[in-house]
Ligand binder design. Structure first.
Ligand SMILES: NC(=O)c1ccc[n+]([C@@H]2O[C@H](COP(=O)([O-])OP(=O)(O)OC[C@H]3O[C@@H](n4cnc5c(N)ncnc54)[C@H](O)[C@@H]3O)[C@@H](O)[C@H]2O)c1
Length: 496
């Protein structure tokens, strides 16, 4: 859509009383935010005219094209998503996409949802590259195009200190370049981190959930509060105002680091249970009855995946050391990241043991390659670690995932939507994800297809109880994280 057309539509929308919001970045967060803003209503009228802006590259143009065709740029297994986006783009006509940054100049509010990755070599957490300059460049671009008085909110997860040390100065630079006297008209910048959860409640996890905000100054914080209150269900979920953008940045990082650490903590108990012939799943269930203190204890699993939990603790260390200049030893958080990263390699070790080290040519079938059930996001998945390690050892790795047609991060492995063709003839099956989409049939499929002498690795305790007796009869080996009560190569069951 050309810029003149967008401008005409935005002006008409403003004339009809709608506020113009530009969402920067149409990824998993940006799509959910854009959808929520577009569906927000007061007295039956849509509140916002929403413009989604993504990079002018092949991937960014593809996202904009999807949006303009009335479809969501990302998939999240939320049944309401496609409907909300389609309706906004077609009948309500209050959502469109563009790759033209001039659209920023049309906005009353800019919501930044772009990514900020952590680059590092696996196995260490000391040497980190966080391309903050890229984020600063995006803020300069916003500053160069936006009208003075525009509210800019940032929803991305940031190393703490980034808003005040880097993003605000970059926004001011951009405004100065535009000829704005920023001491007379300081830009408004707020940090409103996102807790969106891709999956069935994707859209609601933005506006029917607890939200927090902070401003670079009081005027920015007030403006962010007023903006959020227009589309977040603040009666049920009152907003939390942080004392500074740095505090809000830290809150998001602490939240995710806490979860990553809890996941890592269970790993050592899994190993203990396996060696001791104990069912850790049953043990944890018994401990979880202590409501309020122990009821969210994590269960064992292949590993932690996704874009956020695998990096956010490191953003805290990076922000402390590089942006604020304070030491950040952070032994628990760093150890958690490394423990979680190594967790999937136990499955690889079991496969190696089963094949007596001779993996070359062995057909290994991976079940599920996304980072969590119900999404098509394959970034930082434990299955990627398993796939790469097995392929390096010469295995023929094949994969099944009902939601993935192309594995962007591991393009050399083709992903099929036909589970039978993937499992049939496999020497080893590794269940990388316990997705409810295949839960109803996976155990029966494995019972029908796995031959004597093959191995099934079930890190999530997904098919064990349904398959164990049949596998034992037929000579199929079964290994489960945290379940020492099933026969394994290293431990026999201990009956009490
Ligand atoms: N995915 C989640 O569930 C989740 C949840 C909470 C917070 N977050 C945080 O939100 C941020 C975004 O995450 P995501 O999963 O949506 O990432 P993503 O990679 O899916 O999306 C980012 C989008 O921003 C676009 N982009 C990057 N730079 C741009 C620029 N300069 N101009 C225009 N577009 C640009 C990219 O092309 C991409 O479409 C990250 O900081 C992440 O940690 C993510």
């Amino acid at each position: 859509m050309d810029f003149a057309h967008i401008e005409t539509r935005a002006r008409a929308a403003r004339a009809s009383g709608q506020e113009i919001v530009l969402v920067l970045g149409l990824g998993f967060v940006g799509t959910a935010v854009a959808g929520n803003l577009a569906r927000a209503e007061k007295n039956g009228a849509r509140l916002f005219f929403v413009i989604g802006l993504d990079r002018d590259d092949a991937a960014g143009r593809a996202k904009v094209a999807r949006l303009d065709a009335g479809s969501s740029p990302t998939y999240a297994n939320d049944p309401s998503l496609e409907h909300v986006i389609h309706e906004a783009c077609t009948s309500a006509q209050n959502l469109l996409g563009t790759n033209d940054p001039r659209a920023i100049g049309l906005a009353d509010v800019v919501v930044s949802c772009i990514n900020l990755d952590v680059q590092r070599e696996p196995g260490q957490t000391e040497s980190l590259v966080v391309p903050t300059e890229g984020y600063a460049a995006a803020m300069r671009m916003v500053g160069e195009h936006m009208r003075p008085g525009t509210l800019v909110t940032v929803e991305s997860t940031l190393p703490f200190g980034l808003c005040d040390r880097v993003l605000y100065p970059a926004l001011c630079d951009g405004q100065r370049k535009r000829g704005v006297d920023v001491s007379a008209k300081p830009p408004k910048l707020a940090y409103c981190y996102e807790r969106v959860m891709p999956g069935p409640d994707y859209l609601d996890s933005v506006n029917n959930f607890w939200r927090a905000y902070a401003g670079i100054d009081e005027a920015s914080a007030d403006a962010a509060r007023d903006f959020l209150a227009k589309y977040v269900n603040v009666e049920k979920f009152p907003l939390w105002r942080h004392k500074s953008t740095r505090a809000a940045e830290m809150a998001k990082l602490l939240e995710n680091s806490y979860r990553a650490t809890n996941i890592a903590f269970i790993e050592e108990w899994s190993k203990l249970a396996e060696g001791a012939g104990v069912d850790l799943f049953d043990v944890i269930k018994s401990v979880r009855v202590r409501r309020g203190t122990h009821d969210n204890m994590m269960l064992p699993g292949l590993g932690v995946g996704g874009y956020c939990l695998t990096k956010d603790a490191l953003l805290a260390a990076y922000g402390a050391e590089r942006l604020i200049g304070i030491p950040a030893e952070m032994p628990f958080s760093r150890r958690a990241i490394l423990t979680n990263e190594r967790m999937p390699l136990r499955a690889v070790q079991w496969v190696e043991e089963h094949c007596a080290g001779a993996l070359a040519g062995k057909r290994v079938a991976l079940i599920g390659v996304t980072y969590r059930p119900g999404v098509n996001d394959t970034r930082s998945t434990p299955s990627e670690i398993v796939a790469r390690a097995l392929a390096q050892r010469g295995a023929r790795v094949v994969a099944y995932d009902p939601l993935v047609t192309h594995w962007d991060e591991v393009p050399e492995i083709s992903v099929s939507q036909d589970p039978q063709s993937i499992v049939r003839g496999a020497d080893v099956v590794v269940i990388c994800l316990p997705d409810p989409l295949y839960r109803p049939f996976l155990a029966d499929l494995l019972k029908a297809e796995m031959k004597s002498g093959t191995l099934v690795v079930d890190p999530w305790n997904m098919v064990v109880d349904a398959c164990a007796a049949e596998f034992a009869k037929r000579g199929v080996q079964l290994r489960v994280y945290g379940r020492g009560d099933y026969p394994t190569a290293s431990a026999r069951p201990v009956k009490t």
